[in-house]
Structures are given as structure tokens and as C-alpha cells.
Design a binder for this molecule. Structure first.
Ligand code: EAX
Length: 325
């Protein structure tokens, strides 16, 4: 009897013992450069998550688009090759409601962004993402976007006439730049440096941290501060991938991600000032655009969103209503 009890306990112990279980992998990928803020946030997240989960899990982090551009990462999430990825501007190509963030000059500042995050992203937009099999975990900083090019300073949309401007592969960003008179050339971020270097495109638009992270200042002469869009980056899983994670792991991911959200927004604010100085020192000519002329030329983008996205008008109105607090 005693013998049987001991055998039973040994079996039970071996089942519970961590050494007897295979280490589970959590594969996490980011499409940006390691030096950009999104790259730094993603690295911090993977390190903090590893510390939190201990030896039972191995958090495998790939930066610099090593596992592909954001479109590849969405495919890999969906077929279960990876568990977590950060997705930015192409989210609206997958889930049209996210094009809310492609409405020019909508987000006033990071406090406004946080209110939009609580009231709209984590409710309506997360529900829309679920309808496309995606699970939004957290909203991190990618940043306020600015326009750079090799031809001349951009003051008003007139100055964009005829310029070939690389955009992310999003019809919304293309529409924005064509409404302003430019010739948008959509392509993955990883192709951008060479496209600028060879003159395939004249310019591009990105947050300062992505510009600096990819050393675009080495192949761009003019930087025009427009803050035309604040487009975040979302820590994303597929619905099925998320459901396969144990509840304790989901909680750890959500809590570490929330810490990194706070860090990335504060760091983004700091970098907007410090990178402006260092990019200027690197020889890039910096100017500020005339916002009023850009706002006036942005009407077609708002109109298209209201027409194309169900409930789009109401989303815009609610987001604008959160500007003042
Ligand atoms: O990793 O494609 C882009 O321009 C986006 O800013 C993306 O986040 C870069």
C-alpha cells in the first residue's frame, strides 16, 4: 500500500515537475530596425517577458524584419509560426476601422492618444480586429510622422506635387499623399533605404525614430515637420494563437506590454525633441509645414473613411471629442 502510494506520488511529482516538461517557445517579431523606438520597445518587452516567465518559456525575439515585413508577420501569426508581432501602418489594410489613425492631424498629443486607446482601440477596434482573426494586446508608440525628401522643403501640399513619396503598403496612406499632390509609391520599410539611395523614390514619411533608426538622414536632404499622422504600433497575436496560451502567460504578456506602453510613449516624447537636434546636426535641413494648408487638403481622406468604413463618421467624431479633457 505504502509502496503504491509512493509510486503514485512520484508519478504525480514528475508530472508537475518543470524539468520534465519541454520548454515552450514564444516567438515574437518586429519589422522595424533595432535602433528605432519600436525596436527598442520590442526588445525591452521580450527581455521583461522572459524574466517574468522564467525557464519554462523561451521568448525568442527577432528584430529588423528578420522574419519578414509586417505583412509576412501577419501571415505567420495566422498560421501559428509565431505567437506575437508588432503591426503598424498596414493594420488598416487588414482591418479598415484602424484607418481612423490615417485621418490626418486627428491625434493631437500622446494624452489624446491614450484616451483614444482606452475608449476606441481597446473596445471598437479590438472587436473589429477579432472579426479578422487578430487579437490586439497593447498600443505602443511608433510616433508622429514627418516628411523627408531630396528635392526641397515641404511647406504646403503644393510642394509635394510630382514628388515620389514612399508610403507603407496601405491604401489610406497612399490616398493621403495623392490627395496632397504627391505620387505615392507603396513598398515595405526594409526596401526604403535603397529606394532613397538609388532615387527610385524622392522621399518618405516616418516618425523621427524610424528615420534615425534606418539612417535615412544619410540619403535625405530635407525634413519637414508635419506631424501629419500619429500611427501607433500594436502588439498583436492571432485569435487562435492567443487562445492557446495559458491564462498566466496571457496575464504576464498583458502586464509587461502595459509597462512598455508607458515607457514607449514617454520615450517617444523625449525623442521628438532630441532627434530633431541630432538630425539637424547631421546636416538635414529642417522646416515646419503650414498645417492649415495640409488640413484643408485632407478632406478627401476623411470623406473616404466615412463612406467606406461602416460607422466611420461616428468613430471620427468620438475620437475628435476626446481631444480636450
Ligand atoms: O517599421 O512602414 C513604415 O513606415 C512603418 O512606420 C513601420 O512601422 C516601420
Amino acid at each position: 500500500m505504502l509502496e503504491r502510494l509512493i509510486t503514485g506520488m512520484t508519478l504525480l511529482l514528475s508530472l508537475c515537475s518543470p524539468v520534465s516538461q519541454a520548454v515552450e517557445k514564444i516567438i515574437f517579431a518586429n519589422g522595424g530596425t533595432a535602433d528605432s523606438l519600436q525596436g527598442q520597445t520590442a526588445r525591452r518587452f521580450s527581455e521583461q517577458l522572459q524574466a517574468r516567465l522564467g525557464d519554462q518559456y523561451q521568448v525568442e525575439y527577432y528584430s529588423n524584419g528578420k522574419l519578414g515585413d509586417e505583412q509576412d508577420l501577419l501571415d505567420k501569426l495566422r498560421d501559428g509560426q509565431i505567437q506575437l508581432a508588432t503591426i503598424s501602418s498596414i493594420m488598416s489594410a487588414e482591418v479598415p476601422e484602424f484607418a481612423l489613425f490615417d485621418m490626418p492631424f486627428l491625434v493631437r498629443d500622446r494624452q489624446h492618444l491614450q484616451r483614444i486607446d482606452d475608449a476606441i482601440v481597446m473596445t471598437d477596434l479590438a472587436a473589429a480586429a477579432h472579426r479578422h482573426g487578430l487579437h490586439i494586446i497593447s498600443t505602443w508608440e511608433n510616433g508622429f510622422r514627418q516628411i523627408s525628401n531630396n528635392s526641397h522643403p515641404i511647406h504646403s501640399p503644393d510642394d509635394l506635387k510630382g514628388l515620389r513619396i514612399r508610403t507603407p503598403q496601405s491604401e489610406w496612406r497612399s490616398l493621403m499623399f495623392s490627395s496632397w499632390g504627391a505620387k505615392p509609391i507603396p513598398m515595405p520599410f526594409s526596401h526604403l533605404f535603397v529606394a532613397l539611395q538609388t532615387g527610385e523614390v524622392d522621399g518618405e514619411e516616418n516618425p523621427l525614430s524610424n528615420i534615425n533608426g534606418a539612417r535615412l538622414q544619410e540619403v535625405q536632404k530635407f525634413l519637414s515637420i508635419s506631424n501629419h499622422v500619429y500611427y501607433p504600433i500594436w502588439l498583436t497575436a492571432s485569435d487562435s494563437g492567443w487562445q492557446q496560451l495559458p491564462a498566466a502567460v496571457q496575464t504576464a504578456i498583458m502586464e509587461v506590454a502595459a509597462d512598455e506602453q508607458r515607457w514607449s510613449l514617454a520615450e517617444g516624447e523625449r525623442l521628438d525633441t532630441s532627434l530633431l537636434k541630432s538630425l539637424g546636426k547631421a546636416g538635414v535641413k529642417i522646416n515646419y509645414v503650414d498645417r492649415i494648408t495640409f488640413i484643408a487638403a485632407s478632406r478627401p481622406v476623411y470623406a473616404q473613411f466615412a463612406r467606406q468604413v461602416k460607422g466611420g463618421d461616428a468613430l471620427i467624431e468620438r475620437a475628435m471629442g476626446l481631444a480636450e479633457h
